[in-house]
Design a protein around this ligand. Structure first.
Ligand code: PMP
Length: 386
């Protein structure tokens, strides 16, 4: 794969950015699309009677179509949200059959806390020894009381990839819906929601080389249509009177207020960008880097690696006698950025028996030089800590 590193101004100066799972750097095409939308082309959407607004509305709705196409959905099945977090909150609050939800031990807090807050009974599926969601256990746990199964498609800590067709089959056998938290997967794997068989898919633009402040909830049209609105305001209504208000069809019903116009257009540009490169190429590229880094770290007797061998773009580890935060600080002095901490997955840290891990995560622009710099930094850290 052509690395196209020069298309990412955020990487100028040879920075070894290994924190793409937190947020990805932006290509110039996305920056340019946002700049034009915020400047030359700027106007509101859906309401204006003048040409600029009509053009902006077309661009905004075209972005919805691009985002939908990236995951194999239809434009009217994409609800724009502030991000994956808001997408999961929307579903947890609005799904009409609240009951028991089956989550897993490796979920990000944003796929745990919304269910707790919205009053669901939460059950937790354990993991296999190598850190994948244990679907045999899920099969044994699921009952007719479960109305939702909500799993990460790719773990943000371990990189483990869910066997989605099997998870969908298990959920549907008991009459439950399957939500995938696709925050990491959408940027790392080809996703086709129809082929996967899931019912809802939540993801954020900023992990997908797009802007912050926007993401999406994809849902099958008939399911979104059956859901009541969750926030009220402009743009989500059909007719308002003090006696009775009726609502717009989905997805507008879930998009109260002036939307994130510029960000949506940037999201569309990001979908175009990764779509043109191809997520299968991105996946293969990152898989090669994961294999190389895991192999190098296994040569050291002072490193513990977590997660399965076949992980998607993400490698978590700890070094004996070195807190991940200290490692992160020393690596920063070497121009290497990793993430150190609990990664918004405290239940997973409890399961692993560590307070934190160091995490290196790749993007389409990462290469062997990033791995070499990381390994040099690890070696220097060893010399400092003895
Ligand atoms: N789920 C996973 C697996 C994530 O990695 C993240 C971001 N770290 C989120 C959900 C939340 O995404 P956002 O903060 O963009 O809403």
């Amino acid at each position: 794969m052509n690395l196209r590193r020069e298309e990412f101004p955020g990487l100028a100066g040879g920075w070894h950015y290994l924190d793409s799972a937190a947020t990805a750097q932006k290509p110039q095409s996305v920056i340019d699309a946002c700049t034009a939308a915020l400047g030359r082309d700027y106007a509101t959407v859906h309401r204006g009677v003048y040409a600029r607004s009509a053009e902006m509305t077309l661009a905004f709705e075209a972005a919805r179509g691009k985002v939908a196409a990236l995951i194999g959905g239809r434009a009217d099945e994409i609800v724009f949200t502030r991000g994956a977090t808001e997408a999961i909150n929307l579903l947890a609050y609005s799904w009409p059959r609240k009951g028991r939800v089956l989550l897993s031990q490796l979920e990000h807090h944003s796929n745990i806390v919304p269910w707790q807050l919205a009053g669901w009974q939460v059950d937790v599926c354990p993991l296999t020894a190598d850190g994948r969601i244990d679907l045999d256990a899920a099969e044994a746990m699921l009952t007719r009381e479960h109305t939702m199964v909500a799993f990460a498609h790719v773990s943000n800590v371990l990189g483990s990839v869910l066997d989605v067709p099997r998870a969908a089959d298990l959920a549907h056998r008991v009459g439950a819906m399957l939500l995938l938290d696709g925050c990491q997967a959408a940027a790392r794997l080809p996703v086709d929601v129809a082929a996967l068989g899931c019912d809802f898919y939540a993801f954020s633009a900023h992990k997908l080389y797009g802007p912050t402040g926007i993401g999406a909830l994809w849902g099958r049209a008939e399911l979104l249509d059956a859901m009541p609105p969750w926030q009220g305001g402009g743009a989500m209504i059909d007719r308002v009177t003090f006696a009775k208000t009726t609502y717009a069809p989905s997805p507008q019903r879930f998009e109260a207020g002036t939307p994130a116009i510029v960000e949506a257009i940037g999201f569309g540009a990001a979908a175009d960008y990764v779509g043109a490169i191809g997520l299968d190429s991105i996946h293969a590229h990152e898989a090669g880097l994961v294999a190389a880094l895991r192999h190098a770290l296994r040569q050291r007797n002072d490193v513990t690696l977590f997660g399965p061998e076949q992980s998607a773009g993400i490698v978590s580890f700890v070094m004996d006698g070195v807190h991940p935060h200290d490692l992160g600080t020393i690596l920063d002095e070497e121009g290497v950025a990793i993430r150190a901490g609990h990664h918004c997955a405290q239940p997973l840290m409890d399961h692993l028996g560590v307070p934190a891990t160091a995490r290196a995560s790749f993007g389409l622009y990462s290469d062997e030089s990033d791995i070499a710099a990381l390994l040099r930094g690890i070696e220097r850290t060893r010399r400092i800590f003895g």
